[in-house]
Design a protein around this ligand. Sequence first.
Ligand code: ARG
Length: 258
Amino acid sequence: MNMKKLTSMLLIAACVFSMAACGSSKDEGSKEESKEEKKTLVMATNAEFPPYEFHEGDDIVGIDAEMAAAVAEELGMDFKIEDMAFDSIIPAVDSGKADIGVAGMTVTESRLQNVNFSDTYAKATQVVIVKEDSDIAGPDALTGKKVGVQLGTTGDIYASDIKDAEVEQYNKGFEAVQALTQGKIDAVVIDGEPAKEFVKDAKELKILDEAFTEEEYAIAIAKDNEELLEKVNGALAKLKESGKLDEIVAKYIKSDAE
Ligand code: ARG
C-alpha cells in the first residue's frame, strides 16, 4: 500500500517536473512569439481634425490614421484607434493606455516634459480664420478680440498670450468655426490644414494670409518606452523613403494647383 502510494506520488512528481522542465521552455517560446505577433499598437487620437483624423461613417480615417496603420504594419503589429478628447491623449500615452498619440500633435517643450516625440512627419502652421468682412487683417489685430480655439491645442496656448483677448475654448475645432459663423466670436486660431477643411464650404469665412506660428507634428510615445520610440522612428524613416507617406498625404491634401 505504502509503496504503491509512494510510487504514484513519485510518478506524479516526475510528470509535473518534466512538464515544467520540458513544457515550459517550449511553451514560453511559442507564447512569446504569438504575443509578439498579435501585439496591438494602440493609437490615441481626437478624430475631429481633418485631414489628419476624422470620422467617415463608422471609421476613423485621415493622414495620421493611415500613417499609423502603416507604421503598425512595418512593425508587424495589429492596429487599433482609440478616439478621445484631445487633452486626454498625452495622459493616455503616459499611462500606457495607448502606445502612441497621433493627432496632428505639435512638438512643444511642455509636452516633452510628459512624453517623447518621434521624428517629425509634417510641418504645420497656426492660422487665423475670420469673417470675410472682418477688420482683423493679421494676427497682431487679435488684441482685445474674442478668439475661439480647440481646448488644449497649441492654438489655445498661443491665443492665451494675445493681449486682452478673450479665449473661448471648444471641444472640437469645428465648433469654434461654427461659433465664428454665428458671430459669437471674432476669430478662430487653428492649424492650417483643418482650417482649410472647415472653411471650404463657408463662403463667409476666410483664412488670413499671415500665419500665426510654424510648428511640426510628431508621434507621442511614453517616456519609458524608448524601444518603441526607436521602432517607430525606424518605421517612419522607411515610410518617408519609400514614398508611402507622401502618397498618404497626397490622398488627403490636394495641392493648391488642383
Ligand atoms: N497641432 C495642434 C496641437 O498640437 C492641434 C492638434 C489637434 N489635433 C486633433 N486631433 N484634434 O495642439
